[in-house]
Ligand binder design. Structure first.
Ligand SMILES: Cc1cc2nc3c(=O)[nH]c(=O)nc-3n(C[C@H](O)[C@H](O)[C@H](O)COP(=O)(O)OP(=O)(O)OC[C@H]3O[C@@H](n4cnc5c(N)ncnc54)[C@H](O)[C@@H]3O)c2cc1C
Ligand SMILES: NC(=O)c1ccc[n+]([C@@H]2O[C@H](COP(=O)([O-])OP(=O)(O)OC[C@H]3O[C@@H](n4cnc5c(N)ncnc54)[C@H](O)[C@@H]3O)[C@@H](O)[C@H]2O)c1
Length: 480
C-alpha cells in the first residue's frame, strides 16, 4: 500500500497509480503525493510553496542548496560584489568633481557580507524552513524520473498524482581545454567564496558572468585579463553595447582579448599559465566563465520519452513538457534569468492547478548586465529583427549628449537604442546602456510588452533632467 504524505488537492485530476510502475513492482513502499518538484531554483522553490499553500501535497527535492544558484552563487552574491566595487569607483570619481577621497579596497568586508549576511555560510536552512512552514515536504537528494509521474530519490519512491515539475537549472560549463581539468580554477561558485581579491586574474569567457566579475575584481585592484574566443564580448547584446563596454573596460585597465582561442592551461602550484593564440599569459587565478550546461544528466528524462542529452527541455506555452510533467527555469532555454524562472513558475503553477491564465509570452524578456555602466536590453536586437524580415527602423542617442549625461560628467558612457517594427509603429527591442540602465529599461519593457505605439511614446512628458529623458531624442532619431 502506498502512504500519503499530506492532504490532497481533491479537486484536481489525478492519474490512477499504475501497478506496473517500478516502485510498486518490487514492493517498495511508494509515497503518494500530488506534486513532486525536482530542483529548487528560484522558480521551483516558489512553485513548491504556492502549490502547498493551495492545498496540494508537495514534495520538493533538492540535491544542493534550496533556492538554487541565484541566492548562493549567482545573482545576489555577485550583485553584492558589484555594489561594493561601484562604491570604490564612485570614490575614485571624487577628484575633479567634489574634492579628494582616499580609497583603500578591502575584500574581507565583501567576503564577510557574502558569507554571513547573504548566504548564511552557504547554508539553506532558512529556505528549507520557509518551504516547510508552507507545508512542503522537503527531501534532500538527487531526484530522478523513474516513470511517468514517478520520482525516485535514493530509496524513496514518490508517485505524483498531478505530476512532476522540473527546475534543475544549470551548472558551469567547463570547456575541454588541455590541462584545465585538475588545476584549481574558479567558476562563479568559487569566485563568490573568495576570501581575497587575487593579484591577477584571467577570465575565460566574455559573457555576462565574465563581464560583471572582471569589473568587480579590477576595481578591487586585481590585474584582469578577459579572453573571449568570439569577435566581441557580450555577444548576445547589440554590437554597440559590446564596443562600449570593451572601451570602458580598457580604460579601467582590463585587458580585453577577443578572437583569442585558449590552447592549454597549467598550474605550477603558485600561478596559472594560459596558452592562447595570442601568446602565453600568467596569473594568480583563472575564472572559467564560458557558459552553462543544463542539469539534465541523470534526471531520468528517458523514462518519460525525453532526451537527456538535449540542451533544453521542450515546453509548451503553459510550461508542459509532457503528460503530468512541467519544466521551468534555465532548462527550458527561454532565457537563463531568475525573473524567467519566477515568471514561468507562476504559469506552471496555474497550469498544475488547472486555473485559467495567460500563456507564456517571451516577446519582452528583459535582461540587465550589472556592469558600470549597466546594460539593459529587452526584446530582440536590430540584427534579429532584420533576420525576422521586419521593416526595421532604429533610433539612438548617446547619454553624454543629454542634459543629465552632461551633468553626470565622469561616468556618462552609454546610449539608448530603439528597434522599431516600422510597419506596426511599435518597438520590438531596446537597449539602455548607462547609469541606471537597468532601471530605465522598465519603461521600455512595458513599451515592447504592451505594444505601445512609438507615436504614443513621443507624446509622453519625460521629466527633466533625468537619464530616461534621452529616450525622447532616441525616438526622434527613428525618423532620420
Ligand atoms: C554568476 C551568475 C550571476 C547571475 N546573475 C543573475 C542576475 O543578476 N539576474 C538574473 O536574473 N539571473 C542571473 N543569473 C542567472 C540565474 O542564476 C539563474 O537563471 C537562476 O538561478 C534560475 O535558475 P533555475 O531556476 O533554472 O535553477 P537554478 O538556480 O540553477 O537551481 C537549480 C537547482 O536544482 C538542483 N538540482 C539539479 N538537479 C537536481 C536533481 N536531479 N535533483 C535535485 N535537485 C537538483 C540544483 O542543486 C539547484 O539548486 C546569474 C547566473 C550566474 C552564474
Ligand atoms: N545579470 C544577469 O542577468 C546575469 C549575470 C550573469 C549570468 N547570467 C546568466 O547566466 C548565463 C551564463 O553566463 P556566462 O557568462 O557563463 O555565459 P555566456 O553564454 O553569457 O558567455 C560565455 C562566453 O564565453 C565564451 N566562450 C565559450 N567558450 C570559450 C572558450 N573556450 N574560450 C573563450 N571564450 C569562450 C562564449 O563565446 C561567450 O561569449 C547567461 O546566459 C545569463 O543568462 C545573467
Amino acid at each position: 500500500m502506498g502512504q500519503h504524505v499530506r492532504g490532497l488537492g481533491a479537486h484536481l485530476p489525478r492519474a490512477p497509480l499504475d501497478a506496473s510502475q517500478p516502485g510498486q513492482e518490487f514492493g517498495v513502499s511508494t509515497e503518494e503525493v500530488d506534486v513532486v518538484v525536482i530542483g529548487l531554483g528560484p522558480g521551483g522553490e516558489d512553485a513548491a510553496g504556492r502549490l502547498a499553500e493551495a492545498g496540494l501535497a508537495v514534495v520538493a527535492v533538492e540535491a544542493g542548496l534550496a533556492g538554487g544558484e541565484c541566492p548562493f552563487y549567482a545573482c545576489v552574491p555577485t550583485k553584492i560584489m558589484v555594489r561594493a566595487a561601484g562604491l570604490l569607483e564612485d570614490a575614485r570619481r571624487v577628484p575633479g568633481m567634489a574634492g579628494t577621497a582616499t580609497v583603500e579596497p578591502d575584500w574581507s568586508v565583501v567576503a564577510d557580507r557574502l558569507k554571513n549576511e547573504a548566504t548564511n555560510d552557504w547554508d539553506d536552512a532558512s529556505h528549507v524552513k520557509a518551504l516547510e512552514d508552507k507545508g512542503v515536504t522537503f527531501v534532500r537528494g538527487q531526484g530522478r524520473l523513474t516513470g511517468p509521474r514517478e520520482v525516485t530519490v535514493g530509496d524513496r519512491v514518490f508517485a505524483a498524482r498531478c505530476g512532476v515539475l522540473l527546475n534543475t537549472g544549470t551548472a558551469p560549463a567547463v570547456p575541454p581545454i588541455d590541462g584545465l581539468d585538475g588545476t584549481p580554477y574558479w567558476t562563479n561558485r568559487d569566485a563568490v567564496k573568495a576570501t581575497a581579491a587575487p593579484a591577477s586574474l584571467i577570465i575565460l569567457g566574455g559573457g555576462f558572468v565574465g563581464a560583471e566579475l572582471a569589473q568587480v575584481f579590477r576595481r578591487f585592484g586585481t590585474a584582469v585579463t578577459m579572453i573571449e574566443r568570439g569577435p566581441r564580448i557580450l555577444a548576445v547584446e547589440e554590437p554597440e553595447s559590446s564596443a562600449m563596454l570593451a572601451d570602458v573596460f580598457t580604460r579601467e585597465g582590463i585587458d580585453v582579448r577577443c578572437d583569442t582561442s585558449i590552447e592549454a592551461v597549467s598550474h605550477d602550484g603558485k600561478a596559472f599559465t594560459v596558452r592562447t593564440s595570442g601568446g602565453d599569459l600568467t596569473a594568480e587565478q583563472v575564472l572559467v566563465a564560458t557558459g552553462r550546461r543544463p542539469n539534465l544528466k541523470g534526471l531520468g528524462l528517458a523514462a518519460v520519452g525525453l532526451d537527456e542529452s538535449a540542451r533544453s527541455v521542450p515546453v509548451d506555452e503553459h510550461l508542459r513538457a509532457g503528460d503530468g510533467l512541467w519544466a521551468i527555469g534555465d532548462i527550458t532555454g527561454k532565457g537563463a534569468f531568475t525573473h524567467m524562472s519566477m515568471y514561468q513558475s507562476a504559469i506552471a503553477v496555474r497550469s498544475i492547478l488547472e486555473q485559467e491564465g495567460p500563456p507564456a509570452d517571451y516577446r519582452a524578456v528583459p535582461r540587465v548586465t550589472f556592469t558600470d555602466p549597466e546594460i539593459g536590453s529587452v526584446g530582440i536586437t536590430e540584427a534579429q529583427a532584420r533576420e525576422q524580415g521586419l521593416a526595421v527602423r532604429t533610433g539612438s542617442t548617446r547619454i553624454a549628449d543629454s542634459s543629465r549625461g552632461w551633468i553626470q560628467k565622469v561616468d556618462n558612457d552609454g546610449f539608448i537604442k530603439l528597434v522599431e517594427d516600422a510597419e506596426w509603429g511599435t518597438l520590438v527591442g531596446a537597449t539602455v546602456a548607462g547609469p541606471a540602465g537597468g532601471e530605465i529599461l522598465g519603461l521600455l519593457t512595458l513599451a515592447v510588452k504592451a505594444e505601445v505605439p512609438t507615436a504614443t511614446l513621443r507624446t509622453m512628458i519625460y521629466a527633466y533632467p533625468t537619464f530616461h529623458r534621452a529616450l525622447e531624442t532616441a525616438l526622434a532619431d527613428l525618423d532620420s
